[in-house]
Design a protein around this ligand. Structure first.
Ligand SMILES: *Cc1c(COP(=O)(O)O)cnc(C)c1O
Length: 397
């Protein structure tokens, strides 16, 4: 089927109109780095400035904003994470939330001193773990996956033991797009008595997630990628309900304490998930993601996933047709079941090709040493955009 036919018959096609589209961008293929704004957010952000911030001023905290990080957290949990209420908060950057959750997990397992992580995990995860391992005197156990794959349950089973405190992995690998078997790996971790922390940055909003059902302990993820929260929108953290009264996080700020407005002499963690909040949350930053959550809920995450598989499948078909013979290599899994919503291709000329694409208003991204990532955001990317992008890459090589 042609790109045009695929767009016309796409049951989620009408959602393309729900996003602001710049005239000068012909094909946006980087929704996994920064999602497009929804039209609803254009409106919501403008109104917020006058009607909430402007009119309500400091009263807004009592009336509207104090519980917002937990209310939106519950919505993220319900719409995208398979999490019952009271386990998700919107807070700091992903990096800071990961720090808090890793430290929390290690403090909860003082007798175990190893952390399992993979060499292809996102840099922030690896750098944080190096720092925390030094700070807490723990040892990192590094796993290496195939270039176009990711970590498997068998690899974890072979590396884990009675000394493993924590396993930290990405659900979808940011480079290859490999979708890990989170349910099976979580079980392997638990069978060894270890905790697991999933980084969901590259899966949330594009891939169905069932944290409660899988028995996941801890998770965190970005909201500016497939949740279209805008540049620097705050991340979410998930802590399984059974731990909420015992786990304690290391950044003990006033807004996570029992009675913030008593300004008491000593820190006492608040009951429940609120204890994972540290300081004043970015209310402005958490506005836009609510509109994307509405769209994902309407469309249904199963349908979103179906479109994602079709988009990445179409990209791989075009790769075979136009790029494989020119020496371009596929660096993502061919099996749709093991693939998230982006496809990476490698070629030695891709740094130059990517720069030329950006000049034409065709926007994927380049990842060293030689990869172009095509990030296909299911509700906002058309099949036509995928075709424009791959044809342009073929012509440039
Ligand atoms: C994008 C991404 C991050 C980013 O962390 P920030 O603190 O938002 O900069 C972290 N982990 C993964 C896997 C990512 O894809």
């Amino acid at each position: 089927m042609s790109a045009e036919q695929l767009d016309v018959t796409d049951p989620l096609g009408p959602y393309l109109e729900k996003f602001y589209r710049s005239e000068e961008v012909i094909a946006y293929l980087d929704g996994n780095s920064l999602g497009r704004p929804t039209k609803a957010s254009v409106d919501r952000l403008a109104k917020f400035t006058t009607e909430q911030w402007g009119d309500r001023l400091i009263r807004g905290w009592d009336e509207l904003w104090y519980d917002l990080p937990l209310e939106i957290g519950d919505r993220v949990g319900k719409v995208t994470l398979g999490a019952k209420p009271g386990q998700v908060f919107i807070g700091d950057s992903t990096t800071v939330i990961l720090y808090k959750l890793i430290r929390t997990a290690l403090d909860a397992s003082p007798d175990r001193d190893e952390i399992i992580v993979d060499t292809d995990n996102f840099p922030t995860d690896r750098y944080l773990l190096e720092g925390i391992a030094a700070e807490r005197n723990k040892k990192l156990v590094w796993l290496t996956a195939e270039h176009d794959e990711g970590v498997t349950p068998t690899q974890i089973a072979n590396a884990i033991g009675a000394n493993t405190a924590l396993v930290v992995l990405s659900h979808v690998a940011y480079r290859s797009g490999f979708l890990a078997d989170a349910a099976a790996i979580t079980k392997v971790a638990h069978d060894a008595g270890a905790l697991i922390l999933w980084d969901l940055c590259h899966s949330v909003g594009a891939v169905p997630i069932a944290l409660d059902e899988w028995g996941v302990d801890l998770a965190a993820g970005c909201t500016y990628k497939y949740l279209n929260g805008g540049p620097g929108s705050p991340a979410f953290g998930y802590v399984r309900s059974e731990y909420l009264e015992t786990f304690q996080q290391p950044i003990q700020g006033w807004l996570g304490s029992t009675n913030p407005f008593e300004m008491g002499p000593k820190y006492q963690p608040h009951q429940g998930i609120r204890r994972f909040i540290s300081g004043t949350p970015s209310i402005v930053g958490m506005l836009a993601m609510q509109d994307m959550l509405d769209l994902i809920e309407q469309a249904g995450i199963a349908q979103v996933r179906q479109k994602s598989e079709k988009l990445t499948g179409f990209a791989i078909e075009l790769f075979e047709e136009l790029l494989a013979a020119k020496g371009v290599k596929l660096a993502s899994p061919r099996d749709p079941v093991r693939r998230g919503s982006h496809v990476t291709i490698d070629h030695d000329l891709f740094a130059e090709v990517n720069a030329a694409l950006w000049k034409k208003g065709i926007i994927p991204d380049f990842r060293r040493p030689n990869g172009i990532r095509l990030g296909l955001s299911p509700l906002s990317t058309s099949f036509k955009e995928v075709e424009i992008g791959i044809k342009a890459i073929s012509e440039l090589i």
